[in-house]
Design a protein around this ligand. Structure first.
Ligand code: FAD
Length: 830
């Protein structure tokens, strides 16, 4: 059996030990630098509020499991969860709208939730100031985790199952050989290990540094106080509640003012996120002492009262009963923040056997522990973990400067209302394509992803709106869906369908896979056949062992041993890189190199019915159907620049992806621009792009499909080569899946009223019950209807009516056959 060492006995480490034990693993050691009864990390003082609902499906599912587990974790008639419910109140109209959206998330992810009026809020929570509250969202299954108690029960239960616990034992180093962990060093000797999981909480950076793995988290202090007894809470019969369950009112969030509340018997507990960010370097806290108590622990810093003063005033406004109490005890407690607010979960890209589960809230702790246990024991987590993957970050996002700035920003914004398209304000311009100067000249509106600046539309195209034929005129949008949107996108879509447009595709991940083992690697990892002749492109899938979609990629064979891979995320790079390394270690003659060429190259998508006129004007190469058929790739010369051209298109029109070495980028752009003038060429952005790709039914991995879905239900079964002889990852699992009648399907919906645009993640109702959720959505300019792709049960078939919940109201939609645009593919094969 694998020898596992878990670093840290907080709520995450102990849950992980438990999840591994329950899966039959029995060689587990937990090493904790503090005393076990109270290790002194964030868990030791966590007030344990669990609000489950989150815009992220993954995080909500982790929270749901945490609740389920803590409810079932019982000893002497007492469990570890006080299910008092959760109430989030709105005191501004904007928050009231946000709560409607949140109600949508809850329904999408299967959490029972109810929007409640101001009167109902006060009924449920009589201490609220009724003049302040406009309404609320009530989630009956939310509540209080008894995190410290849960930790102790888990230690007890796993100990009985044979888990070894070493307390007051700091891990000082990690041994490794050939990029694989072999043991964990402590002052009392080395513990051999095949797998090391760092559950070190906000000490994660220090543990990562022991093996050269950058951990993008920042410890920040967050203020929490307890009040003196509040007379209004006195005299209630809290003692009838089981021991330790010293609360009966719902947990309360006042997000407009960055505050949350719980009861501690007759006292109030108040948490505040409105103060200045107070970053901490864990290493500077020194060694955890032998003796730790409530008042003295490494994760508890001195209270800075002046930072809390505004919170105290605001709290007394919301809960006037607090005016008869005082702040009795406060502290600045430390826990982790990350650049995108998500936790850090998974294996280090460059070190096998080293895993992390850090920056995890109590709320998600058991869910994440289960995911890691599944990864270790079965190779994959049932719940998709892409949003939490340690390897999701781009290299530049791992720098300390980036982590410090963005994590602090995340602290500031933790309760803010954030639009799904809202970009970070800083740092920006970290990665710009060689076309950036030209894009600026054209008035590009940029949003950021993966540290790249990406144009969404170009102001230079605004004047085209007046030439738009009536049936291309954009529809009015509501205030929320009109954010980060411009009607210029309609004009850009129109031009793409009727003339020609250039799209900057530089930010898409590109890898070069080369070497004598390249064919073997790609045959082994993908569902397609890449043994075609050089010059062909294959659209194929990376699956996990269970047939779930890890990614969808384009593999272009440039030469016998050289492939160009168009991929989705940094996670793909970590996966391909690790598999390549292992293959070379196992069979040296089959070595293979995976090189990220995203930044050193650039790419323009030149698409539209007149694309051939443009390219022919600047190149002597043959771009006819014969010269470069659909899904063909060849090297060519454009205006004297060496390029690689690929005959494919995300928008469903004739054209090419033109790839070049980055230094030629601007010249390439200029050459095409000049040549395109007389053919109506424009530059177009991602807003139009997203609409056009949805009309064409092209899925986006991570949004429309994830590891939770197999190719058949996601509608990409065509990318699985039926008669592929070689074994590949996921093949056996797929053989058991149904091609014809999957239990659920990714479906195309069109909105009946022709104008109500939704944004994604909204719940979909069938016969008045929520049965699924929207993935991607856009206004389809060509089909003149809003489009929404959605996961629905297999029984909901084409032609059926469904409702999409948007801000609490139902938008009628119809399940429609797809793709909506050019199902015969005549535009592409032209
Ligand atoms: P920890 O509990 O910190 O455990 C990590 C352990 O690793 C520690 O015990 C540490 O001693 C040990 N360790 C570290 N380095 C080493 C080493 N080198 N060798 C050996 N051992 C090591 N979350 C919620 O969900 N709801 C809330 O209401 C909530 N409120 C909070 C309020 C405050 C004031 C604070 C500070 C946090 C709050 N949190 C809340 C966050 C939550 O407490 C943490 O996210 C969670 O407890 C982290 O658990 P953990 O197991 O990852 O980390």
């Amino acid at each position: 059996a694998q020898r596992v060492v878990i670093i840290g006995a907080g709520i995450v480490g102990t849950n992980l030990a438990d999840e591994l034990v329950s899966r039959g693993w029995n060689n587990i050691t937990v090493v904790e630098q503090g005393p076990l009864h109270m290790p002194g990390g964030s868990t030791s003082h966590a007030p344990g509020l669990v609000f489950q609902t989150n815009a992220s499906k993954t995080m909500t599912q982790f929270a749901r499991y945490t609740v389920k587990k803590l409810v079932s974790l019982e000893k002497d008639g007492q469990n570890c969860f006080n299910q008092v419910g959760g109430l989030e109140v709105a005191t501004t109209p904007a928050r009231l709208e946000e709560l409607k959206r949140k109600h949508g998330y809850a329904s999408s992810w299967g959490i029972e939730a109810r929007l409640v009026s101001a009167e109902e809020c006060v009924e449920m929570y009589p201490l609220l100031n009724k003049h302040l509250v406009l309404g609320g969202l009530h989630i009956p299954s939310d509540g209080l985790a008894l995190a410290a108690r849960a930790t102790q029960l888990l230690i007890e239960r796993t100990r009985e199952a044979g888990v070894r616990y070493l307390d007051s034992t700091p891990v000082t180093g990690i041994e490794r050989t050939n990029r694989h962990v072999t043991g964990v060093m402590t002052p009392s000797g080395t513990i051999p290990a095949d797998v090391v999981v760092s559950c070190a909480g906000f000490w994660g950076v220090e543990v990562g540094a022991m093996v050269g793995v950058p951990i993008p988290l920042l410890p920040l202090a967050h203020q929490y106080v307890k009040t003196t007894a509040v007379p209004a809470l006195a005299g209630r019969d809290i003692n009838t509640l089981p021991n330790g369950m010293n609360a009966s009112l719902p947990i309360l969030r006042y997000q407009d003012r960055d505050l949350y509340y719980r009861e501690h018997g007759e006292q109030y507990g108040i948490g505040y996120y409105g103060h200045r960010p107070m970053p901490v370097v864990a290493a500077s806290l020194g060694a955890t002492p032998k003796h730790v108590d409530e008042q003295k622990m490494p994760s508890r810093l001195k209270f800075t009262r002046e930072d809390f003063d505004p919170a105290w005033k605001l709290s007394q406004e919301l809960l006037p009963a607090l005016r008869e109490s005082q702040v009795a005890d406060g502290f600045n407690g430390i826990f982790s923040f990350t650049p995108d607010g998500g936790p850090l979960v998974g294996q280090a890209p460059n070190l096998d056997g080293f895993y992390v589960a850090e920056a995890v809230w109590v709320t998600h702790s058991a869910g994440i522990a289960r995911a890691v246990a599944e990864m270790l024991t079965t190779g994959r987590s049932e719940i998709d973990v892409a949003e939490c993957e340690l390897s999701r970050f781009e290299e530049v996002q791992l720098s300390r400067a980036y982590v410090n700035e963005t994590s602090q920003q995340n602290f500031v914004e933790v309760y803010d209302i954030i639009h799904p398209l809202q970009p970070r304000e800083s740092p920006r311009k970290l990665r710009i394509s060689p076309f950036y100067t030209r894009q600026r000249e054209l008035g590009a509106f940029f949003l950021e992803l993966g540290a790249w600046e990406r144009p969404y539309w170009y102001e230079a195209n605004a004047e085209l709106i007046k030439y738009l034929p009536a049936k291309w005129q954009p529809v009015e949008r509501d205030a929320w869906s009109a954010r980060y949107y411009s009607p210029i996108a309609a004009a850009e879509a129109w031009k793409t369908r009727n003339a020609v447009a250039m799209y900057d595709m530089t930010s898409f991940h590109r890898f070069e896979v080369s070497g004598p083992g390249a064919v073997h690697l790609l045959q082994r990892l993908t569902t397609g056949d890449v043994t075609t002749k050089p010059g062909a492109i294959t659209y194929t899938l990376l699956l996990n062992d269970h047939g779930g979609i890890r990614s969808d990629i384009f593999v272009a064979r440039l030469d016998d041993d050289v492939f160009h891979v168009g991929a989705n995320t940094a996670i793909d790079l970590a996966y391909l890189g690790r598999e390549a390394r292992r293959q070379g270690q196992h069979t040296p003659s089959r070595w293979v190199q995976v090189r990220d060429i995203t930044g050193s190259t650039c790419c323009i998508g030149l698409w539209g019915p007149r694309a051939r006129d443009v390219i022919s004007a600047v190149s002597a190469d043959d771009f006819s159907n014969k010269g470069l058929p659909y899904f063909g790739v060849k090297r060519a010369s454009i205006a004297g620049i060496p390029v690689t051209t690929m005959r494919k298109s995300y928008v469903g029109e004739l054209g090419w992806e033109i790839h070049a070495s980055a230094e030629y980028g601007q010249r390439l752009w200029d050459a095409l621009w000049q040549a395109g003038k007389s053919h109506g060429l424009i530059a177009a952005g991602r807003s139009a792009f997203n609409a056009l790709r949805l009309e064409k039914g092209y899925r986006t991995w991570g949004t429309d499909m994830t590891t939770e879905h197999d190719p058949y239900e996601a509608g990409v079964g065509f990318a699985v080569k039926a008669d592929k002889k070689e074994d590949y990852v996921g093949k056996a699992a797929l053989e058991c899946r149904s091609r014809q009648t999957p239990a659920r399907r990714l479906r195309c919906l069109t909105v009946d009223d022709g104008r109500s645009v939704v944004l994604g993640k909204e719940p979909v109702y069938h016969n008045s019950k929520p049965v699924g959720y929207v993935t991607s959505a856009a206004f389809g300019y060509t089909v003149r209807k809003p489009i929404a792709y959605a996961w629905l049960p297999g029984r909901v078939t084409e032609g059926e009516a469904v409702g999409i919940e948007y801000f609490g109201r139902q938008i009628q939609a119809t399940v429609t056959s797809e793709p909506l645009y050019d199902p015969q593919m005549s535009r592409l094969h032209d």
